[in-house]
Design a protein around this ligand. Structure first.
Ligand code: SF4
Length: 471
């Protein structure tokens, strides 16, 4: 298409000049659109090919366009162009290719221009909860609750004005409806995804099984609601297959393993909560999905993978119910570089409602701290090497073959024995440190015991195995 259909005359001249100043080599320009969807303002951002795009990200906003010239005048996008355009597209940023004379344009990805946000009508929503309203029509035994309506008005104000609202609600005022009604209305009016974060499974169940179906009836609409769980709640088909190949007969663990193998053939969710029995924690953590071991889209089991299916369902939903821990996991990935416009643990979202917010501190503390015990260390060392009925299993067997190091298992076996001894010692020393208290807060005044090598290592858990192995 002609460049004129996408650029104003002034911006065409400016881009042409920038290319000329770069002696016809590749340049990257950030363009901003006017009301006619034409680029009217440009910033020369970098000279170089599309690999320079990541350096531009801090200067880009949703709805902007990156313009890139192909000196060859062939406007067909390269693989690198397509990859960058896909990444930018997730953030609502467009990608155009032009020739050096800026006569023709190839639109690889359209920008997503800002949509107008529709404000909610507070009185209209309050009327749902008032006598004679929709809730009253659903439940003839309904009672008006003034504090519930007041809370609904506050939540509506928060949505409309981008405010952080804090509401303390006594038991029984019906706080879930007070925030769910504005949340549903916001999603239906504006399409923005809302996350509802809770501390307990009980509340999640109440929301999913009781309150949300009721609000769907009140609105006679379903914007797509999904309960999102952490990946360790889902069976990993690859790990199940690997564990099953270690199966030996006649013990209780294997009875459970057999039952899980049978269940895996029929379950549509793969979620631990859908099992008809409580599997032993050790067994489940050998079978559930783990981020470090997951091969994602390269996995041979991806077609039936329960984690990938749950992610697809979450991506299609507009209201996500999560727990605080999962939300903090998502936020920490975003802060660490994933950004707020693409998927991290959760798909991108715009609004958060914290229910049971008094538990946020505990959840944040548990997420941003590490915990370990002699049991968890045994679990990790067991993944390296474990013995069962005289046979050896674990990653070291494969490693020994891979490295052609025929004495590796014998050498590491002694070190693993030492690790087990040190971790038991750590338990004892930690118990002394706590000396009967349930917790210990670190201050500048450290008791002598904290300076012992084992405890020092404990405060740097990522180093503990290395320190113990070196000692
Ligand atoms: S994609 Fe990951 S979680 Fe799913 S089956 Fe494969 S390894 Fe397991």
């Amino acid at each position: 298409m002609t460049a004129e259909s996408r650029f104003t005359q002034e911006s065409i001249v400016q881009v042409r000049q920038a290319i000329s100043e770069a002696q016809g080599n590749e340049v990257l320009v950030v363009g901003r659109l006017d009301d006619n969807q034409k680029i009217y303002s440009i910033t020369i951002a970098a000279r170089g090919n599309e690999e320079a795009v990541p350096a531009l990200k801090p200067y880009l906003e949703k709805g902007d366009v990156i313009v890139h010239n192909h000196p060859s005048a062939l406007l067909k996008p390269s693989h690198a162009d397509l990859r960058i355009a896909a990444q930018l597209g997730n953030q609502g940023i467009g990608f155009y290719i032009v020739d050096n004379n800026v006569e023709n344009t190839y639109v690889v990805a359209e920008p997503v221009t800002g949509r107008e946000i529709r404000a909610l009508d507070s009185e209209e929503l309050a009327a749902i909860l008032q006598p004679g309203g929709k809730l009253n029509n659903c439940f003839p035994a309904y009672e008006e609750r003034l504090s519930q309506i007041e809370m609904l008005r506050l939540c509506t104000l928060g949505f409309n004005k981008d405010l952080i609202c804090l509401s303390e609600a006594g038991t029984g005022i019906g706080k879930s409806l007070a925030y769910l009604i504005p949340a549903f209305s916001w999603v239906l009016c504006n399409g923005e995804r809302v996350v509802i974060s809770t501390a307990t499974i009980n509340l999640q169940q109440q929301l999913i099984e009781k309150d949300i179906p009721l609000v769907k009836r009140l609105f006679d609409s379903d914007p797509g609601v999904v309960l999102v769980k952490g990946r360790s709640n889902y069976l990993c088909l690859t790990r199940l297959r690997e564990s099953n190949s270690e199966l030996s007969l006649f013990d209780e663990v294997n009875e459970n393993l057999n039952a899980i193998v049978q269940w895996s053939l029929t379950t549509s969710t793969g979620s631990r909560s859908d099992l008809s029995f409580f599997p032993d924690d050790d067994l489940w953590y050998r079978l559930c999905s783990e981020a470090d071991a997951c091969r994602g889209l390269r996995c041979p089991d991806r077609e039936r993978c329960f984690v990938l299916r749950a992610r697809r369902e979450a991506a299609a939903a507009r209201i996500l119910v999560v727990n605080h821990h999962l939300l903090f996991a998502d936020l920490s990935m975003r802060i660490a570089g994933a950004g707020f416009e693409s998927s991290a643990v959760l798909p991108p979202f715009h609004r958060i409602i914290f229910d049971e917010a008094h538990n946020i501190e505990n959840s944040a503390t548990s997420f941003f701290s590490r915990s370990f015990s002699s049991l968890s260390i045994a679990k990790y060392t067991g993944r390296l090497l474990r013995k069962k009925k005289g046979r050896k299993y674990g990653l070291l067997l494969g490693l020994e073959k891979l490295l052609h190091h025929h004495n590796l298992i014998n050498e590491v076996q002694n070190i693993l024995g030492e690790v087990a001894g040190k971790s038991r010692c750590l338990d004892v020393t930690s118990a002394q440190l706590l000396s009967g208290n349930l917790n210990f807060r670190l201050t500048n005044e450290k008791p002598d015991i904290i300076l012992t090598p084992v405890i020092l290592a404990a405060f740097q858990p990522e180093n503990i195995l290395i320190i113990i192995l070196e000692s």
